[in-house]
Design a protein around this ligand. Structure first.
Ligand code: SF4
Ligand code: SF4
Ligand code: FES
Length: 319
């Protein structure tokens, strides 16, 4: 069959992108990479993209097809035609600057990975190799599958909101290190991963779980990091951590969240952080001008407060 393949072309970092359509003779069982190769080898040698293993191992050929990140050597043309209702549009990964055509600059992706300190840290090196039991190894398995393809980073909404967010791939690696019994920097890691731009800044959009081609399920790994953080006593307070604790405390107090206290507790650290309090002033003024600042006496505890409080207390008592 002859299939029209629409590809985003961009000759260099600064040029405006355009779309070019190629008519390609192919079969439903061909991969997207087979078709790109056909275009490059038979029709247009100027088309640029990355490839290497052709076996979903190296992660080089990640790109967007019909609006979501995939591995070109893994996904079949027949499936993509169905997904795109008869259309196939190929674009470079999102959230990363284009170098040329389908090749992106992965610098931000690698920088995010570096920020979680991505190698096992062992202060006292053993004389022989550190053997792990199957159960110890199982805790790392999902994250260890990562092939660093960038598909999750491409679709991550937290990166869209703030490019300083380290990325789902980095947090999957962070969980792998927290769970590794050979790593002895656990306390420092927990303290770091609770800071802004790490675990708490994920928006839980599920996109990373949806697109990851090898089942890392980064969102699930991020949830594991959060559970570890919340179970760790004596952590130095941070805004994200205070956010979680304040939320629970306020719901326990009034059955729902008293917004007038929320900002003061979280950002103003209960009145102890002058920079935090000052940062709230512009927002407070805007709210007053718009008549949207509720007076504290306007807040009424919900009718089910006793019940909500009992539920939270029961959950908190659970071992
Ligand atoms: S779930 Fe979180 S980490 Fe995953 S893509 Fe969404 S915002 Fe990013
Ligand atoms: S977590 Fe999955 S999608 Fe993200 S870089 Fe690793 S293999 Fe790719
Ligand atoms: S070419 Fe290696 S993953 Fe596709």
């Amino acid at each position: 069959m002859k299939v029209p393949i629409r590809i985003r072309r961009q000759p260099d970092r600064t040029s405006r992108p355009t779309y070019q359509t190629y008519e390609v003779e192919c079969e439903a069982g061909n991969t997207v990479l087979d078709v790109l190769n056909k275009i490059q080898w038979e029709q247009d040698g100027t088309l640029v993209y990355r490839r290497n293993c052709r076996n979903a191992i190296c992660g080089s050929c990640a790109m967007r097809v019909n609006g979501r990140a995939i591995l070109a050597c893994h996904n079949l043309i027949g499936d993509e035609l169905e997904e795109g209702h008869g259309q196939i549009t190929i674009q470079p990964l999102g959230n990363l600057p284009v170098i040329r055509d389908l090749v992106v600059d992965m610098g931000k992706f690698w920088a995010g990975l570096k920020r979680v300190d991505p190698t096992v840290s062992t202060t006292n090196l053993p004389e022989r190799e550190s053997l792990q039991t199957p159960a110890q190894r199982a805790k790392l398995q999902a994250a260890a599958n990562c092939i660093l393809c960038g598909a999750c980073y491409s679709e991550c909404n937290a990166v869209v909101g703030d490019e300083n967010f380290v990325g789902p791939h980095a947090l999957a690696k962070a969980q792998r290190l927290l769970a590794d019994n050979r790593d002895d920097h656990t306390q420092e890691r927990i303290q770091q991963y609770t800071q802004p731009n790490f675990a708490w800044d994920c928006t839980r959009c599920f996109n990373c779980n949806e697109v990851c081609p090898v089942g890392v399920q980064p969102l699930n790994r991020i949830t594991e990091i959060k559970q570890t953080i919340l179970q760790t006593p004596d952590l130095v307070e941070s805004t994200p951590l205070r956010h979680r604790h304040t939320l629970v405390d306020l719901v326990k107090e009034g059955g729902w969240i008293d917004e007038s206290k929320f900002g003061l507790q979280v950002v103003g650290n209960g009145g102890r952080s002058l920079p935090g309090l000052l940062s709230l002033v512009p927002l407070g003024l805007r709210m007053i001008l718009k008549g949207k600042l509720p007076a504290p006496w306007h807040f009424k505890a919900s009718q089910g407060t006793q019940e909500v409080r009992a539920i939270i207390t029961a959950i908190q008592r659970k071992p």
